[in-house]
Write a protein that binds this ligand. Structure first.
Ligand code: 4BW
Length: 146
């Protein structure tokens, strides 16, 4: 059974723990795979959101997705990178969360995903909730620092 104190923790909204959109590295649907590879390499993140011109979340792109898309039978076909569009290769099955959702929902999702995208009702991208931020919050709670 969940204690009242634990319930308070689990039912806290994620609002204060979101990394806001302007701080999140991303690519846009029209970008080509070469640009995406540059962003992934330069930022060092293994997976990033894909947004459209209206800042709506459309998918996720990872280093693996890009590499997979240019994998030929005998070698990696780097010359195809400029001709491939991000929206042709991105992953579109997404797990998302709203800023009013609880830490409990965030915790459940972050068990299987390193980060979850936060979106508004209309699909506009607001930011991400990361495993690191959640673990820090959880650690503070367990050690009773707050
Ligand atoms: O550039 C980095 N800065 C810092 N401070 N930490 C980093 C950096 N790159 C990686 N890390 C660390 C973080 O602890 O490695 C973890 C795994 O990174 P990832 O997945 O495989 O690139 C990071 O864990 P996290 O902060 O919990 O982030 C989980 C995932 O969320 C990252 C990345 O896919 C995404 N992410 C985090 N911050 C992001 C971001 N994507 C775009 N922009 C951001 N600002």
């Amino acid at each position: 059974m969940i204690s009242i104190k634990n319930k308070e923790f689990l039912f806290t909204p994620i609002t204060d723990y979101i990394i806001s959109a302007e701080k999140v590295a991303h690519v846009q649907v029209g970008n080509n795979a070469e640009h995406a590879l540059l962003v992934l390499t330069k930022t060092g993140y293994s997976s990033i959101p894909v947004l459209d011109a209206q800042d709506k979340l459309k998918g996720l792109l990872s280093m693996r997705t890009v590499t997979d898309s240019i994998l030929g039978l005998a070698h990696i076909e780097y010359e195809r990178l400029p001709d491939l569009k991000v929206d042709e290769i991105m992953r579109t099955e997404l797990h998302t969360i709203k800023s009013t959702d609880t830490l409990q929902k965030g915790l459940d999702l972050l068990i299987d995903h390193p980060f979850v995208c936060v979106i508004k009702e209309d699909g506009t991208f607001s930011g991400i909730l990361t495993r690191r931020v959640m673990l820090k919050k959880f650690k503070k709670y367990i050690y009773n620092i707050e």
